[in-house]
Design a protein. Structure first.
Length: 144
């Protein structure tokens, strides 16, 4: 049976890997804001689980690459009508190399299997985020 210290170290390792992956996918600005927003004694444990389990354990697994994970997340979040998280993951998908066409086709797939209202909302969110992302990328390139 692992000792409490060993368990604590395992949690720390997953959190550190999770924060690294989370920053690579979602970006430093988003992660910093999320960590700050959810830093109270009440909500910090959730932030630790999201980072350690969601990002550190799931996203670091070898069975799928980041692009595939992004596409799956887009479909699930759109189907569940989780617009805020969908926006985060549209941006992450773009950072992971997912194309606009792949995003569009994923959302259309949701419409066929989960309902057109979900797809309509997904398109609203995705189009807004894609346009914001393009503007940000253009600004970065103009500064180079």
């Amino acid at each position: 049976m692992p000792s409490p210290k060993e368990i604590e170290q395992a949690h720390k390792t997953l959190f550190e890997e999770g924060i690294k992956i989370r920053r690579e996918v979602a970006g430093d600005a988003y992660v910093d804001a999320s960590l700050k927003r959810h830093s109270s004694e009440f909500s910090k444990p959730l932030q630790d689980i999201v980072t350690g389990v969601g990002w550190g354990w799931i996203w670091s697994r070898l069975g799928l690459d980041r692009k595939q994970r992004s596409l799956i997340n887009l479909g699930m979040l759109c189907a569940l009508n989780r617009s805020t998280e969908l926006g985060v993951h549209v941006r992450g998908a773009l950072r992971n190399g997912v194309t606009e066409v792949e995003i569009r086709e994923t959302l259309l797939q949701v419409g066929g299997y989960c309902g057109l209202p979900a797809a309509i909302e997904g398109f609203r969110v995705a189009e807004r985020v894609i346009e914001e992302y393009k503007k940000e990328e253009a600004q970065v390139k103009s500064k180079l």
